[in-house]
Design a protein around this ligand. Sequence first.
Ligand code: ADP
Ligand code: MG
Length: 683
Amino acid sequence: MRSLSEIKGFTPALCSQLAKLGIPSIQALLLHLPLRYLDETRITAIRDLRLGEQTQIEGVVVHNEVSYKPRKMLNVRLQDDTGIINLRFLHFYPSQVTAMQIGQRLRVFGEVRPGFFGYEMVHPTQRKVGEDTPVNQALTPVYPSTAGLSQAAIRKAVNLVLQPANLLETLPAWVYQSLQLPDFASSLRLLHQPLPDMALTALEDRTHPAWQRLAFDELLAQQLSMRQHYARRKQSQAPKIAASQTLVKQLQAQLPFSLTAAQQTVIAEISHDLSQPHPMQRLLQGDVGSGKTIVACIAALQLIEHGWQVAMMAPTEILAEQHYKKLAGWLVPLGIEVAWLTGSQHKKEREHSLSRIANGEAMLAVGTHALFQDQVQFKQLGLAIVDEQHRFGVGQRLALRKKGQQAQLEPHQLMMSATPIPRTLSMSYYADLDVSVIDALPPGRTPIVTKLVADDRREEILQRVHDACAQGQQAYWVCPLIEESETLQLQTANDTFAYMQQTFPQLKVGLVHGRMKSAEKQAVMQAFAANEIHLLVATTVIEVGVDVPNASLMVIEHAERMGLSQLHQLRGRVGRGAAKSTCILLYSKQQCSQIGRQRLKVIFESNDGFQIAQADLNIRGPGELLGTRQSGVPMLKIADLERDAALLEIAKVTADRLLENHPAAVAAHLQRWLSQGEEWIKV
Ligand code: ADP
Ligand code: MG
């Protein structure tokens, strides 16, 4: 395929401008679709203009003056048979002053605004016309652009590559015909060069068949790429693990609870994967508190029983420590050794862990990202479990997987996420994984009561926290997130801590934040878990996974600054025991943005992680929800997961059929959509 620079008309300057826009190739340029369209097919009489309207007018210049007060500007007045309008230019070239001299007929496009002398347009586009210059026949596309690259230049560039040879159909006709969508070439042509008489509304909302065809193609490319990737990994070999005969039974006999039906279902799904000679690639989703840890533990036991080691990685030390304790508590009584590994360990302790992992004494290793550093050598790793997977980058998960690659065998992989992923998102960006969902909480939980309280009632809330603690409850006080400055955030936490100690001398108050040494952090968390601390002042470090069932009250300051999943995670720290729990969201009336208000409403009204995640997707879009997973992964540009959910379903089915029977179509389609050499997902 020819590169852009080989085409006549594409100067090096133009090519480098296009490269800045992320357009390195002909196909990428063709798929650079308009943001919107202008209707320059009609001329509106000045008398009929309406405020806020984007429209085209035509008239003769009757006034042209450069004024200097209050600042330098060019004022032009344009008259037609029905009225006069003012055109104002704050930045202009001398050539424009002459181009718009008195008597000149102009066609002008801009937004109608209120001005000093009736309506005006500020910086409208203008061009000289004669009395019978025809109006444009079709809508004018407006492209995403970058400084120095004019719309006219992009349009010209697009038109140069809009050639049949570049618009070959990649898909068998049955694919798009059954959807009643047009072929690729006519869809793309229509979007770049709308037909005469096409209404603006038809193209503006992207439900037009031409838009739908492109959205479908994009979704299909994503599915093909990710499913192909999935299939490739499915071809590699992994240890084939039979069901557990003894250990799982022994563990269950010692548990104080029995597994829920939802837990049993996902355990069956995992066991099935493990019994295959290919690596499991499974994402285990479950709302906070749904009991993922025990599921992971049972998966681990299955490997351990057959002599394979397991690694479990968590994103923070607090969480890793907690997992370590919990898992050791379950496994050590069964005679299984568990090792613990973090970055902040003492050298000796660390070396001890490393050697037990290397010689296979420790069958389970729990830790932070310290687990996948070079010095860590497993004797025989068979399963890597990644908790809160969205907090890890693609590279980190890959590194952990590589740890186990020996004798041609790859370890199985189980990822866990307490941030539920809305269905459309998991169908698209997670199409390279199998997904299991724990869809019900263990019985006996009393729902958390959420209260929204304006922060002018902070005193009253402080009193309430005091009273609750005095009566034997435990509480979290979560300090505000200060994104701009970690130092300021720490200071706030320290100040709050000092204030609480002073105000409530009879309470034991603790403090935990991200900058503390991990031993200190652990000591505080232990004391809190042992009920030696009544009130724990914390930053958002406690957001993930912390499990102290006796804590039943949480106050979150400046809740309006926090994201939805963050609030849901934080709130999930209470309501873990039998006691009735309350979460109080303090918010600042003055500082609460529109989005902040929207979020608080969602979190107030819902306790359901999936509903909250769906709302989050609607408010923030997929990029934020995907976290680090998205790094290096292209985002959907044309398709919208909400609007095009139906297309996504079909793209998924179609991808399977194409991968099975139409390898040439798959190759051609991916070649077009991934022409920049990128992949949808790398792990
Ligand atoms: P998460 O899914 O958020 O990681 P955890 O695994 O930490 O949740 O479980 C939350 C709490 O529920 C833990 O204290 C755990 O021991 C308990 N738990 C897990 N499964 C059950 C069950 N089937 N019945 C009762 N309690 C359970
Ligand atoms: Mg957890």
